[in-house]
Design a protein around this ligand. Structure first.
Ligand code: S3P
Length: 445
């Protein structure tokens, strides 16, 4: 049975419990990519078996990489790396599905190959901008062909001998930065990357684990001096739980009166911690416990207790650190006291959906007071949302999960259509949400 409509309604009781959300999506992509390109066998634990990461795994399988799953949940695996120059030309187009990270990072990997390949994706991904990655890899010496100025998938990538570049990215994007760094692995000479605001740095933290140092210089300029090989780590790579998945439950616990939740093993990389800082500034009650490190990443348990939230202003400099959590932060703002304003966030319009428009439309249908702006949003808080409405998640996992959180404070059920994409990043969202007491289920008709 395929599930596409989620029914979520007011929470019947406070949310409570302790959970470990699934593995980090960004790190899972990078782990399988670097392990595939390394010499030797890498063991990975805490992998996220969401559709997006499985697309990345399949793409490497299509180019000859063997992966052994070590458990039926597909959270542990062994990747038999083929070395930087060991991929085989694929017979068919490589399909990134819904995964922007897969498509953008793979553009860098494919640019360095001695063969031609075609990269495609689903309808949403085929409408998302790719020129931001096709342009730098062309400057490094690859030839890329795609629709409308090489801006849209499918892209045909004629890889070749690359040379390093000094790249100043016009957007703060870890996908762009990582694409250029991955292409840099295959290039002659050093590659440097800088960006307008620092974005998530999992690539820079994970490359040294595979024997490829990365230097972070003045003004956060990243320099890669290619070693011409990656080496499988001697010890298993452990991926912490995804802070972006925890964020949905953290907002739910903040909003449902009397709730107390604890999340274990959550990545607290500062470049992913923007949602916690924004919620802190909104006067949420969030505590980090048991801080420690897993590999090169900081990790902690996170405890959340209900609090009355307050509006605030978020500016461009604070957008990259919370880029994926704005849908659920808009839900927090819709039920906060006062006004919440976000600016400098035009990137939200080119995610899996136009997240400013999708969230404003969905929350306003539930009686919220939201005005869209070209680069952000203005939200006037209210005390309760309206239920008995149907909204559209536009095939965007984060819109669907954010609206399931919103429903916990509605006065009736919200039907969330086009929600099956939850499986791209959080296949167990519904059972985990139910476990802590959220009122959410898949519609069976
Ligand atoms: C990601 C980077 C972000 C984020 C995406 C995952 C990554 O995209 O929105 O969900 O893993 O590098 P941008 O780098 O385009 O902002």
């Amino acid at each position: 049975m395929t599930f596409d409509t989620l029914i979520a309604g007011p929470a019947a009781a406070p949310l409570a419990g302790e959970i470990t959300p699934p593995g980090d999506k960004s790190m899972s992509h990078r782990a399988i990519m670097l392990a595939s390109l390394a010499d030797g066998v890498s063991e990975i634990h805490g992998f996220l078996p969401g559709e997006d990461n499985l697309s990345t795994a399949q793409i490497f399988a299509d180019m000859g990489v063997r992966t052994e799953w070590l458990n039926s949940e597909k959270t542990s695996l062994r990747v038999h790396g083929v070395g930087l120059h060991g991929l085989h030309a694929p017979r068919n187009a490589l399909d990134a599905g819904n995964a922007g990270t897969c498509a953008r990072l793979m553009t860098g990997v494919l640019a360095g190959q001695s063969f031609t390949s075609t990269l495609t994706g689903d309808a949403s991904l085929r409408s998302r901008p790719m020129q931001r990655v096709s342009e730098p890899v062309q400057r490094m010496g690859a030839i890329v062909e795609g629709r409308e100025g090489d801006n849209f998938l499918p892209l045909t990538i004629h890889g070749g001998q690359l040379h390093g570049i000094d790249y100043q990215s016009p957007v703060a994007s870890a996908q762009v930065k990582s694409c250029v760094l991955l292409a840099g692995l295959f290039a002659a000479g050093d590659t440097t990357v800088s960006e307008p605001h620092p974005s998530r740095d999992h690539t820079e933290r994970m490359l040294p684990i595979f024997g490829q140092p990365v230097e972070i210089g003045e003004d956060d300029i990243i320099r890669l001096h290619p070693e011409n090989r990656l080496t499988a780590p001697q010890t298993p790579l452990h991926i912490p739980a995804d802070p972006s998945s925890a964020a949905f439950f953290a907002v739910a616990a903040s909003l449902v009166p009397g709730s107390e939740l604890c999340f274990h093993n959550i990545g607290i990389n500062p470049r992913r911690g923007g949602w916690r800082h924004i919620l802190d500034d909104m006067q949420a009650n969030i505590q980090l416990l048991n801080e420690h490190r897993i590999g090169n990443e900081p990790v902690a348990d996170i405890a959340v207790v209900t609090a009355q939230l307050h509006g605030m202003q978020v500016n461009a400099a604070n957008v990259p650190d919370a880029i994926d959590e704005f849908p659920v932060l808009f839900v927090a703002a819709a039920l906060a006291e006062g006004v919440f304003v976000l600016q400098g966030a035009e990137e939200l319009r080119v995610k899996e959906s136009d997240r400013i428009s999708a969230m404003a439309t969905a929350l306003n249908a539930c009686g919220a007071h939201i005005k869209e702006r070209p680069d952000g949003i203005r939200i006037e808080g209210c005390t309760e949302l309206r239920g008995n409405v149907e909204i559209d998640a536009h095939g965007d996992h984060r819109i669907a999960m954010a609206m399931a959180v919103a429903a916990q404070r509605a006065n009736g059920d919200i039907r969330i259509r086009n929600a099956s994409a939850i499986a791209t990043s959080f296949p167990d969202f519904v059972p985990m949400a139910q476990k802590i007491g959220m009122n959410v289920r898949w519609a069976t008709v």
